[in-house]
Design a protein around this ligand. Structure first.
Ligand code: 6R9
Length: 663
């Protein structure tokens, strides 16, 4: 057991790496020195050593058309061949790639050789259906092994995938299919959630229908083919000529497929994420740079030893964490992973710990909201299980509070394991700020230091770098291009420049949208979003998106939404709504429920407001901008801040009065 060092306060301040882990760690302090000496040469070496190229790149970075980067641009490779074929060719075909666990208790062991065959068949099946290199394919699947196969099959033929989280609504799927002009959708009849089969195919049918939800005609979608994985065995409606069973298509397809060698800058995927305006942004990632960063970060941050580790990332494939740390990072590194279909409390609240014990999980990666949920359920659920195989624990998605950090280490990690808090974004492709478990002394609550090869600063409004120990908060910026960086927003170069590169244009820095500060040791502390993006259980949801869903309801005239701090989910969504005349006098509780359900239907259950407050007016500035800051004060039950810029300063008093009377 590692004893934490303490300073004059009684709080432990720093946890040095366990000696045995440090002794055998893949990353040492030399990595920082190498990257500092010649950053581009460092990335060139990572790309050469971690990936297998059909044509080795001679260039590292071309930044001449900034902010549109080209990494390893004259190199050629295939992502699926890197994730699968080369491990089989190296004699590791029998190694388990996935220990898959279904929610009802069924399991499946998928070796690299199995994956190889499945991916080749799926690549041929997609080709048969007319999907060509460069076409986009939407993937709308639960956490089944076919999801991994589907992504790799797309990559194998050079067709960028666009995964849409299976919890999203038909409308959200349609919006994303339309934006990316996807030619095919890979989905399932359903999946298991909370002990029940949940249908999925009906949402695809609704998304692609030529009649919209309002009954009006709409244009046919770009989708020509739908591949359906059979998971629950439930009844599905079938559109002849368009719909195909996955198992039949794969069975009929040849098991041999030559991977398409693409240029390093060929698009690998588009993944939609919430921006500060309503329309989701299609974040574009390309092949060579993204894969380099995925492999590099997964290997070094999790101290990955592919022969002995059993790695488990508890995210969903619908989020970037699933892309980089369930699919690409682990498979590039030839790792053995656990993949779990369902919810952590099905059938019992110790399901995760049963899985860790059964498979001897050594590295675990999850989100603070999940950790806080486990804290709420109590340590007794954990104590009955042997978790002694665990060596490194990771956290991602939002700031992890020191209480959750120390609980994670003590209860799950047996007071033994490092906990690495990893900061990154859909846009960054891979981890940017994190400790290295065999090198860094850990500080609970801080993401700490940029990884070797990454440039980070905390700056003020004018772009002045805030020194270590500076009292106030600043903005997190990324000062150097990095291999896994987004290459743009699908179809919207202007928005790409505006969102990330205009704020600190003079300095040429990337604006991450996160507040941060640097403590006296220079360690970075993340302070949450500075824009109108909420973070609920590690999911990015824009206030505008929820507001538009609310005003789409016939009872709502106007809506304002804020993220209020929440002990479990990080932030909870609180909605303030003004009702239309026609709905006046309706029962507030019934209206609240109706609107919460409406948002769940329109966007997703994850966007459901925690609370809906009916108000008669909203606080606005004279220019008509809603002052969410004041609503946040109300939602978090604080003294309301400065109201001098309000057009009508009495508004806040009436909202608070309404809140107190429970209306
Ligand atoms: C990977 C992922 C990105 C936003 C990001 C920030 C927050 C993620 C964090 C963190 C503090 C961490 N975030 N990791 N904040 N500490 N370790 O979550 O991507 O869904 O795009 O969200 O999440 O606010 O800007 P994404």
């Amino acid at each position: 057991m590692t004893q934490p060092a303490t300073d004059s306060h009684e709080q432990p301040q720093s946890y040095p790496p366990p000696a045995d882990l440090a002794a055998g760690a893949v990353a040492t302090a030399a990595l920082y020195e190498e990257a500092a000496a010649d950053r581009l040469a460092f990335w060139g070496r990572q790309a050469a050593e971690l990936l297998t190229w059909d044509t080795a790149p001679t260039q590292v970075l071309d930044w001449s058309d900034a902010p549109f980067a080209r990494w390893f641009a004259d190199g050629k490779l295939n992502a699926a061949a890197n994730c699968v074929d080369r491990h089989v060719a190296a004699g590791h075909g029998d190694r388990v790639a996935l220990h898959w666990v279904g929610e009802p208790g069924d399991t499946l062991t998928v070796t690299y050789a199995d994956l190889h065959e499945q991916v080749q068949r799926a690549a041929n099946a997609l080709t048969e259906l007319g999907v060509r290199t460069g076409d986009r394919v939407a993937v709308y699947l639960p956490m089944v092994p076919e999801a991994v196969v589907a992504l790799l099959a797309c990559a194998r033929i050079g067709a960028p995938h666009s995964v849409v989280f299976s919890g999203f609504s038909a409308q959200a799927l349609r919006d994303r299919v339309d934006d990316a002009q996807a030619v095919a959708v890979i989905t399932a009849d359903g999946g298991y959630r909370r002990g029940e089969p949940a249908p999925l195919k009906p949402a695809v049918d609704a998304a692609l229908a030529t009649t919209g939800p309002d009954g009006a005609d709409r244009a046919p979608s770009s989708v020509k083919a739908v591949l359906v994985v059979r998971r629950t065995g439930g009844e599905v409606a079938w559109t002849e000529g368009r719909d195909h069973w996955w198992h039949e298509a794969l069975e009929a397809a040849s098991a041999v497929h030559e991977p398409v060698s693409v240029e390093a800058e060929h698009p690998l995927f588009v993944l939609y994420t919430s921006g500060s305006t309503g329309k989701p942004k299609g974040i574009l990632h390309t092949t060579g740079g993204y894969l380099t960063q995925a492999a590099y970060t997964h290997r070094n941050v999790f101290d990955l030893h592919p022969e002995t580790d059993v790695y488990w990332c508890g995210a969903d494939i619908g989020w970037v964490t699933g892309h980089t740390y369930i699919v690409y990072g682990p498979l590039l590194n030839g790792a053995t992973s656990v993949m779990y279909e369902g919810t952590p409390n099905t059938p019992t609240q110790d399901r995760w710990w049963q899985i860790v014990e059964t498979y001897g999980v050594t590295k675990l990666y999850t989100a603070p909201t999940t950790i806080r949920t486990f804290m709420k359920w109590g340590e007794e659920l954990v104590s009955g299980h042997d978790l002694s195989t665990l060596q490194v624990l990771g956290s991602v998605g939002e700031p992890i509070n020191p209480e959750a950090w120390t609980w994670y280490r003590r209860v799950i990690g047996g007071d033994r394991t490092p906990v690495v808090d990893t900061w990154w974004q859909t846009e960054t492709g891979g981890i940017m700020i994190s400790a290295l478990p065999g090198v860094t002394s850990l500080k609970p609550g801080s993401a700490q230091v940029p990884l070797p090869g990454i440039g980070v600063e905390v700056v003020d409004d004018e772009g002045r770098v805030l020194p270590a120990g500076h009292e106030g908060a600043g903005y997190l910026v990324l000062t150097e291009p990095w291999p896994g960086m987004l290459r743009g927003i699908w179809g919207d170069d202007e928005r790409y420049r505006d969102t990330y590169w205009s704020r600190f244009r003079d300095q040429g820095w990337y604006f991450a949208g996160d507040g941060a500060r640097r403590d006296a040791d220079g360690d970075v502390w993340l302070l949450g979003r500075v824009d109108d993006v909420m973070n609920v259980s590690g999911h990015r949801i824009s206030t505008t998106e929820v507001e538009s869903a609310l005003v789409s309801h016939p009872s709502v005239a106007e809506a304002a939404v804020v993220g209020a701090s929440d002990p479990t989910t990080g932030q909870g969504i609180v909605a303030f709504v003004i009702l239309r005349e026609s709905a006046h006098g309706a029962d507030a509780a019934a209206v609240g429920k109706e609107l919460r359900d409406h948002v769940a239907r329109e966007i997703s259950p994850i966007a459901k407001p925690r609370q809906v407050l009916v108000v008669t007016e909203l606080p606005k500035t004279r220019s008509g901008k809603i002052m969410r800051r004041l609503l946040r004060d109300v939602a978090e039950d604080r003294q309301v801040g400065d109201v001098t810029t309000l057009a009508d300063s009495s508004v806040m008093a009436s909202i608070q009065a309404g809140m107190r009377s429970g209306k």
